[in-house]
Design a protein around this ligand. Sequence first.
Ligand code: ACM
Ligand code: ZN
Length: 699
Amino acid sequence: MNLIPFLILLSAAFSVPAAGQDTEPECSNRITGPESVIPIPCDYRTDDGTFEIHDGMKFFIGTESRTGFKDESSLRARNRLSDEIRSLPFPISETSGPSGADLIISIGAMPDDESYTMRVEEDRIYIHAPSAAGAFYAVQSLAQMAGLSESGKIACCTINDRPRFPYRGLHFDVSRHFRSKEFLMKQMDAMALLKLNRMHLHLTDGAGWRLEIGAYPGLTEFAAWRPYRKWSDWQASHRHYCKAGTPGAYGGYYTEEDIREILDYAERKHIEIIPEIEMPGHSEEVIAVFPELSCSGMQYGSGDLCPGKEETFIFLENVLTEVMDLFPSEYVHIGGDEASKEAWKTCPDCRRRMQEEGLETVDELQSYFIRRIGNFVNSRGKKIIGWDEIMQGGLAPNATVMSWRGTEGGLEAARAGHDVIMTPNSYCYLDYTQDAPFREPVSIGGYVTLERTYSFDPAGDGTDIGSGRHILGVQGNLWSEYITEDSHAEYMYYPRAFAIAETGWSRAESKDYGDFRERSLSLLALLGQRGYTVFDLGNEYGERKESLAPVEHLAVGSLAGYSIKYDGRYPASGDAALTDGLLGGWSYGDGRWQGFLSDVDVTVDLGASRQVHYIGATFMQIISAWVYLPEKVEISVSNDGAHFRPVGTVFRDLSAALDGLYFRQYGLVCNENCRYIRLRAEKPQKDGAWLFTDEIIVN
Ligand code: ACM
Ligand code: ZN
């Protein structure tokens, strides 16, 4: 990113009162202090008095190291800190000695320690940190206090601050939609302000390969381009790629030079870039270029690479060698999620491999694959991270697990002595809608509010079993299938990235949602002034109103008998779920909605014959998650539980091709005397389609 527009925005956002000006600008009396900062500092005390930002401020950077800033890396870190201070939201210049400096920084020689102390006095600010990173974070706290202060005044205070977790990350899915390096750098500015220190780049996936690989130019000449901009249009077509330069080709990739620029910027911001090269699943784009690496040899068939073929490993090792040479991170993320493994079951190469290696199942074959890649990466002095599916069939030694399907996988890995990064989807998936879906952009589904993200504790019950130290931290993930525009991506990150930051940095005991929300409103306004698109937290609608209080109706507490059982993954409260008086919220995953991979056929026993005037149930549709409305719902009643008479049938009145979240009530007004009520919902004829309902309401 070009820094200059950013600096202009920074100075526009913070106006220094002109010397001699005797009238205060309106609304300019806000004095900020450590209690305004996100993430909230560990320990702080506010003292009497204020430090006033003024013209001609100066700073000095000193070191406690006996060798001074003599070695190249400490001098580089020092100079980069100096650049950062000069980009604070007020004019400030460097001076060669401490006397006369308004901001005095002293750096120690402990590069891995991110802590800092800061003392704001009426005429000076002192920062002391064991490392340049710690000093950088002190400067970020100062940047927030100054940026948020309308008066130009900062409360005198003392801050002792250090992170709770070493890994505080945000994930960027640049496969589904390529993002420019300028976009990534702009997000790094916001990440730095929030003390987030890991940027996970999901560089490869079925929707596009985004990294130039010298050995395989075809990956970016072909698999980085597609003839549709909107992912869902492309998905609904043949999911084919096209050559770079084809009229209308949509996509892009990072050259080696782009990556060097991104890495240089990241180093300035104390952010480690973690590259992800996805395998063995989600690899349609690789197979489109090299069909011989799949089991079938077909160009557009399965998205799984074939672990039976040596060529697959030769390809991946060549790619990983280039990736490891380019990215300084000690980690390479190798994906590992959602491989279908279907073709492996019948592929002769896979079967031979299983025989030779004594592997019983395709899960063990996946484990073989991941171990082999892990060993290769280890042999180059680096480590793998993988999504929690890499535990299937046995976890590779030295592998770090990124726990996304809840926290249990992560906790299990931590108990077994593996490092873990927590990113459970029901808290940390920032592609889930953050407010009522009817007023939000179309999303992949789910409902994760700022409060929900904030409520997550990465250590969970890991600390009391001694495995807490293996929990490296937390990450927010933004999958981008439905997020075409950069501005939409920012909207999804902010403010939920604030919650990830505070969860990763601040002490668990200091977290308070009400207070955090207030701070978030101010920081969102600041980011908005700085050109970010942000969510309108002040106008949040919130959860589905009908779900907030139990509903009274005749069938509450009645027994429900299932001719076809609900799916074990979405039982809600089990057999009582459809008569517990509790309606679901915006997400089918909230424990209120019961899920079926089949038709629904439920009979409710009211216990005695009653006069009934209404029977109905709500279903939802969100096709991005394979959740559909029933084709029809037949309702019948009975007095003996054996002989049913039809009340009527309600048909679907909404297209099964519409993106977005929809609820439909399938209900009938009637006048029946009955004890038993049977509701049969017919699933659409689509493999893998779900039905979800929350309650059978009888009145
Ligand atoms: C994932 O969300 N498939 C890691
Ligand atoms: Zn195979």
